[in-house]
Write a protein that binds this ligand. Structure first.
Ligand code: ATP
Length: 457
């Protein structure tokens, strides 16, 4: 274990509290709720959708846009099934499944703490574990027989391996370079509790970093630090994160090193992101199965080599849940309890709320003008319902960093009040300078992230 500080403080919400907030405020709904839902499937509401888009964009920005050595692709979800034979998923993508002889409940054997059935509570009723394949499959084409059998991808990674040659020859990238991808993946998970932590349909953000074998271990360390920094840049507190190196028994046979970025969830430390050293396993395997050469011609030595790969692999849904846990807080303002999400301005679904103090028509034109001015640069919500106090609380609960209040004085002095979520401090600023004032305040709220060298692993 390389870097495992115990958390200075635990998260403040339990799972139930978060599920309820997510539903009440429109982050996450049970899927097809009017039909009674569907096990472990969720639909994202307006706020959740925006928050996911923000996280997705921040990942893309850090992994692709700001770097010269990584390019993005979007591969098909349902592709040639041979891909999954070569990758080992058809034969090996399994989890150990046990069935309770008493209630026929099915569980992942490695998730059980003792021999008590989590469903019926009986002891010693568990059968022998058997390997259960987690691939979700479908039939493609007009003939409904096995010849059309295809798989929903269980990870985005393989789309990048099978396109290695296409990408390398079209971009002429030299090692080390990466291919990044974001998109849905599907796994027929055996146990799916804990909300959007583990679902059967989820979104992944993965990057395959191809490098010379000699550099691969150093680059694995490099990516552990970079990924930890990225989670911190989204506001997750360092003391709630740790890096855990897999021990020898946990490592895949082809991996020289794998580390997980873990978060301290209410149920204990759990994987947020995996950072695997995959060696040359995937390129070699696809090369053997397809008969196509997947090598890199080293321009210095003029030799063909099979690059090694370091892979940071993250789930978008899990990142969102983690940020919500970390940001959740309850405090007291003016003797009243308040729920507040301390979301970073880049992650928050709404960055500025515009609130006319009263619903009177006289304030509306100015408030609407302020709102359209801000909308050009920020994610704005206009709210003129209920008392101002309730509206502030509502914005606090969804993590809006700033509220701008338009009052009757605004019509005279052409100024508005900015109210800050975390301190509830208020300042008066001229409407003409509002965009700059908001920009400045948001900048001050962004997390301060240590440099790469300051991170210890
Ligand atoms: P676990 O041990 O939790 O099943 P894993 O090690 O199989 O995860 P990977 O295959 O390394 O996960 O996937 C990379 C990342 O994708 C995980 O760290 C997680 O963030 C996300 N992920 C994997 N499976 C799921 C799932 N069923 N639901 C949501 N996110 C997932």
């Amino acid at each position: 274990m390389s870097d495992t500080p115990e958390p200075a403080s635990g998260v403040k919400a339990d799972l139930e509290t978060l599920v309820s907030l997510a539903k009440r405020r429109g982050f996450v709904f049970p899927s097809a709720e009017i039909y009674g839902g569907f096990a472990a499937a969720y639909d994202y509401g307006p706020l959740g959708t925006q928050m996911r888009r923000n996280i997705r964009d921040l990942w893309w920005r850090a992994m692709v846009q700001e770097r010269d050595d990584i390019v993005g692709i979007e591969a098909a979800i349902i592709t040639n099934p041979e891909v999954w034979v070569a990758s080992g998923h058809v034969s090996n993508f399994t989890d150990p499944l046990v069935e309770c002889r008493e209630c026929q409940g099915r569980f992942r054997a490695d998730h059980l703490e003792d021999d008590v059935c989590p469903n019926c509570g009986k002891r010693g009723t568990m059968g022998t574990p058997r390997q259960f394949n987690m691939m979700l499959s479908t039939i493609v084409g007009p003939v409904s027989d096995e010849s059309g059998r295809a798989y929903m991808r269980p990870e985005t990674a393989q789309g990048m391996f099978v396109n290695f040659d296409n990408v390398q020859t079209t971009t002429r990238k030299r090692l080390p370079f990466g291919i990044a991808q974001q998109g849905k993946s599907f796994r027929n998970e055996i146990t799916v509790k804990q909300f959007i932590f583990r679902t059967r349909e989820f979104e992944q953000m993965e990057m395959e970093y191809f490098c010379h074998p000699d550099e691969s271990l150093a680059l694995h360390t490099y990516w552990k630090k970079e990924r930890l920094r990225w989670h911190m840049s989204l506001g997750i507190r360092r003391e709630h994160l740790r890096l855990r190196d897999h021990d020898r028994e946990e490592l895949s046979h082809y991996s020289q090193a794998t580390s997980d970025v873990e978060f301290h969830y209410p149920w204990g430390w759990g994987e947020l992101e995996g950072i695997a050293h995959r060696g040359d396993f995937d390129l070699t395997s696809h090369s053997q199965h397809s008969g196509k050469k997947l090598t890199y011609l080293d321009p210095e030595t003029n030799q063909h080599i099979v690059p090694h790969v370091v892979e940071p692999a993250l789930g978008l849904d899990r990142e969102m849940l983690t940020i919500l846990f970390d940001a959740y807080d309850e405090d007291e303002i003016g003797g009243e309890k308040r729920v507040v999400l301390h979301l970073s301005p880049d992650v928050a679904p709404v960055t500025v709320a515009v609130l006319p103090l009263s619903k009177k028509d006289t304030l509306e034109p100015t408030a609407r003008e302020v709102s359209s001015m801000l909308r050009k640069q920020f994610r704005v919500q206009y709210d003129d319902t209920q008392s101002i106090g309730r509206r502030y609380r509502r914005q606090d609960e969804i993590g809006t960093p700033l509220c701008v209040t338009v009052d009757f004085d605004s019509l005279e002095d052409h100024a508005v009040t900015i109210r800050e979520r975390d301190t509830t401090e208020q300042i008066r600023v001229p409407i003409a300078g509002l965009v700059d004032a908001v920009t400045e305040r948001l900048d001050a709220l962004r997390p301060v992230v240590p440099s790469h060298d300051e991170i210890e692993v």
